[in-house]
Design a protein around this ligand. Structure first.
Ligand code: GEM
Ligand code: ZN
Length: 379
């Protein structure tokens, strides 16, 4: 069948290469690697000119060569007609390509690897944090390409306050991370009693988006220099990783009593944390705090568990270029990488949405509850 399908990705976080769109029953596509790095996995594109109600089939032909090969098994692509409501489209990995098919309700649709968190929504979120959630703009970093990286603080910075840092989306394709930050800021805005108790003894230092260049370009893992920011915490430079350089500088200025680095995991269909057990200076106190955080959060919600996660690092063998390990070692505080799935939480699956922006926001609210319970024990 000859068609006039138009497939575009010339927008914020767009990523696709059109190999052959002449047959709507078999549209051949490829994911484009990050600009200066071979990593790829994130995709995001718009299709126009479809026949409503007729089957259309899409193949991401280079899926098997992507960064996380085991990511595609059990994975379903997300789609939206309006960029607001996203739903999963049943997808199959055939060992080489990821294939999905649908009979659309409208002539156009967006497909993505995960519900995208747009730069526009990021601007709206920062504005909301400043004007509705009563936080302040403490400093603004600059990415390689000059995009701003706001550091927000909720709280007055009074001496004696615990300093709780939450940063998100070092890996630009992990859009669930900024959805999580939206959940944090939403709860700051609502300012419930539990949160007020937390804020009486702690200030929150928030970086809603660490890697705006990477996200804009539709990257999976790196900034505009091809640097994986979560491999830059020992040797960050203003040239190659100014995003990390900025945050480290700010941490030195204000101090850190707890650190949470928010990510998404391509392969594991659960929410989990990774921690500092492999650090050379790992303390008994850090170990206790990690266990306490995990136990409390898994008691509170089915959207967190402790059975599945990364293999533990051997004592002294941690990669100190990771944010979690580097910050944990420097400040001897509770320091965690929080991982949410791209697929779903298999303990509480949602067939319509899989893991989603909404669930990432709710998780953030639950995490704030736990931080509130633990704040007096952090030091
Ligand atoms: C991660 S996080 C690495 C695992 N952390 C520890 N402490 N073992 C990464 O940066 O590769 C996964 C991700 O990108 O989300
Ligand atoms: Zn990550």
């Amino acid at each position: 069948m000859q068609t006039a399908l138009s497939i575009t990705c010339d927008f914020d976080s767009g990523n696709i290469v059109v190999l052959d769109a002449s047959n709507a029953q078999h549209v051949k596509l490829a994911i484009r690697p990050d600009t200066r790095s071979p990593h790829f996995q994130w995709f995001h594109f718009k299709v126009d000119g479809m026949q409503v109600g007729q089957p259309h089939a899409f193949s991401l032909t280079n899926a098997s060569e992507s960064s996380y090969n085991r990511a595609w098994t059990g994975y379903n692509a997300v789609a939206s007609y309006d960029q607001k409501t996203w739903f999963r489209v049943p997808s199959q990995f055939d060992g080489k390509a990821l294939n999905f098919e649908l009979s659309p309700e409208q002539p156009h649709i967006w497909f993505a690897y995960f519900e995208p968190y747009s730069r526009e929504r990021h601007e709206w979120l920062v504005d909301k944090a400043l004007n509705r959630a009563d936080s302040q703009l403490l400093a603004t970093g600059k990415s390689v390409e000059g995009r701003s990286i706001p550091l927000l603080r909720k709280g007055d910075g009074a001496p004696g306050k615990r300093k709780i840092w939450i940063i998100a989306q070092q890996h630009p394709g992990e859009h669930m991370a900024e959805w999580f930050m939206e959940g944090v800021i939403e709860r700051l805005q609502e300012n419930d009693a539990e949160l007020q108790t937390l804020l009486a003894s702690a200030d929150l230092y928030l970086v809603p988006h660490m890697n705006p260049d990477g996200s804009f370009h539709g990257h999976l893992r790196t900034n505009a220099q091809g640097k994986d920011l979560n491999r830059a915490w020992q040797d960050s430079t203003p040239q190659l990783s100014p995003e990390v350089f900025f945050v480290k500088e700010q941490m030195e200025k204000y101090g850190v009593d707890m650190f949470l680095d928010v990510h998404g995991d391509e392969e594991i269909p659960y929410v989990f944390t990774a921690a500092c057990e492999g650090n050379p200076g790992y303390t008994e106190k850090q170990k206790e705090l990690e266990a306490d955080f995990r136990a409390r959060l898994s008691d509170l919600t089915k959207d967190f568990q402790t059975r599945y996660g990364y293999p533990k690092s051997a004592p002294g063998k941690a990669n100190m270029n990771l944010a979690c390990n580097s910050v944990g070692e420097r400040y001897k505080c509770l320091s965690l990488t929080l991982e949410m799935p791209f697929k779903d939480n298999d303990d509480a699956p949602d067939v319509v949405t899989g893991w989603s922006g909404k669930r990432s926001r709710q998780l953030a609210r639950d995490v704030l509850t736990i931080i509130g319970q633990m704040v007096s024990a952090l030091r």
